[in-house]
Structure formats: structure tokens, C-alpha cells
Design a protein around this ligand. Structure first.
Ligand SMILES: *Cc1c(COP(=O)(O)O)cnc(C)c1O
Length: 245
């Protein structure tokens, strides 16, 4: 039995070693997938999705050279970002976002991946202007055949409207697209569809080059389909306990 830190968590040195191991394994997967796809690793940004894990893990990851972290709930992200203020990190908000949380999120997030409707664009724009910040926004695309799939996101046909609204909004910058693959055995067709939506967006918005796709279980397929940003939780940080609400 190794020494335990506060609240039954592993001691910092032990946790640091675990995270270093996770990071090395994920980087090796990224390298192999890039080699297979004939892509350069410099085109990939790895975002550590730290939801349910403490700010101390964010610090350790930053110490290991990770520059991007992702969170999916404002009530958890806000204090964590505050605790990590001063670290050289880019904060990504990747979860469903209600308009009444836009102001809070605009206070700490650098990139919002989950913009899927014009009303949210308006709320984020207001919030960014008030905060004197620029938020990079991605249009979340729904890749579910079943629109009641419940993962959020704009239907592909609605993407140009949301993208146009972001591009014109004060305080916002259109970064590209984001998607979560629908449940199922093969994420490739969904990621290929996302690549098509991204390509079409770039026709009107050539600087919107981000394709946020790929998580612990499907990052290889996402890289094969042109993902630029991977959102990885479990493979880096370990299994999440039940979310405390
Ligand atoms: C939790 C989460 C991830 C990370 O998922 P893992 O399977 O743990 O890598 C990625 N994207 C979003 C939107 C998430 O909520």
C-alpha cells in the first residue's frame, strides 16, 4: 500500500507518475495514428478533459507540459480554473451550455466547443464584451441520425447559420467545428461527415480550421478524419467516479 494524500487520493509523486504514464501512452497513440494517416503531429492539440478530477491534477498535467484542459460543467470548472490561475493553460469548455451560464463561462474559458444555437451566440457575445475578452467558439455538430440522440449540437443543415452568427458577433471568433461520435461500433462515418461539414465551413470562413473530435476510445479514427483537437479524459487521467451533482 502506498502513501495516500488528502481525501484518499494518491500521494502527489505517485499521481504525477500515473499521469506521466497516461500522457506518454496517449502521445504514443497520437504518433502512431498520425503516422498511419500521413499527418504531422504538430497539427494535433491534445486537450486533457479533467472533469471530476481535482485542480491538483491540472497542476501536475501543466507541470508535465500539457497546455490545454477541458471541462464540461460550469459549477466545477469555475473554481478549478480559479485555483489554477497563473498556470500557462488554455481552458476549453466542452459541455452543454445554458445561456444563463454564458457570463460565468466567458470569465475563464478561452475556447467554447459547444455552441449550437444563435441564442447562445448572442449570450456569449454579450458576456465576452462585458468581460473584455475574446472567446473562440466552435459549432458543435450533431452527428446522430436520431435527432433525439441527446448529445447536443446543431443539425448539419443549421451549422452555417450558427457559424455566421459567431463570425459576426462582437467578442467572439469562429474557430471551427466540434462533435462527439454517436454511440456505436464504428465512429468513422460520423467523423467523415464532420470533416465534410468542416470543409464546407472553411469555404466561407477560411480561418475556421479547428476540428475538435476524438476522445479516449476513438482518437485514432478522429485523426484519420482530420481532427485537429482531441478531447481525452479517461485515457489520461483514469476512470471517473460517479459524478457528484
Ligand atoms: C468527458 C468528455 C470527453 C472525454 O471523454 P473520455 O472518453 O473520458 O476521453 C470528451 N468530450 C466531451 C464533450 C466530454 O464530455
Amino acid at each position: 500500500m502506498t502513501e495516500e494524500g488528502e481525501q484518499g487520493r494518491p500521494a502527489p509523486d505517485e499521481r504525477r507518475a500515473e499521469l506521466a504514464e497516461g500522457l506518454a501512452a496517449v502521445r504514443a497513440r497520437i504518433a502512431a495514428a498520425c503516422a498511419a494517416a500521413g499527418r504531422d503531429e504538430s497539427g494535433i492539440t491534445l486537450i486533457a478533459v479533467t472533469k471530476t478530477f481535482p485542480a491538483s491534477d491540472v497542476r501536475l498535467l501543466a507541470g508535465l507540459g500539457l497546455a490545454d484542459v477541458g471541462e464540461n460543467r460550469d459549477q466545477e470548472a469555475r473554481p478549478k480554473a480559479a485555483e489554477c490561475a497563473g498556470l500557462p493553460l488554455t481552458w476549453h469548455f466542452v459541455g452543454r451550455l445554458q445561456t444563463n451560464k454564458a457570463r460565468a463561462v466567458a470569465g475563464y474559458a478561452d475556447v467554447v466547443h459547444s455552441v449550437d444555437r444563435p441564442r447562445l451566440v448572442a449570450a456569449l457575445s454579450d458576456a465576452a464584451v462585458r468581460a473584455g475578452r475574446t472567446l473562440r467558439c466552435l459549432v458543435q455538430v450533431s452527428l446522430d441520425e436520431d435527432p433525439a440522440g441527446g448529445r447536443g449540437g446543431a443539425a448539419p443543415g443549421a451549422v452555417p447559420e450558427v457559424a455566421g452568427a459567431i463570425a459576426e458577433a462582437a467578442g467572439l471568433e469562429l474557430g471551427g467545428v466540434m462533435a462527439v461520435a454517436p454511440l456505436g461500433p464504428d465512429p468513422l462515418p460520423a467523423f467523415a461527415r464532420l470533416a465534410g461539414v468542416a470543409e464546407e465551413m472553411r469555404r466561407n470562413h477560411p480561418d475556421a480550421r479547428i476540428v475538435s473530435a476524438g476522445m479516449s476510445g476513438d482518437l485514432e479514427q478522429a485523426i484519420a478524419c482530420g481532427a485537429t483537437h482531441l478531447r481525452v479524459g479517461t485515457a489520461l487521467l483514469g476512470g471517473r467516479r460517479a459524478i457528484v451533482r
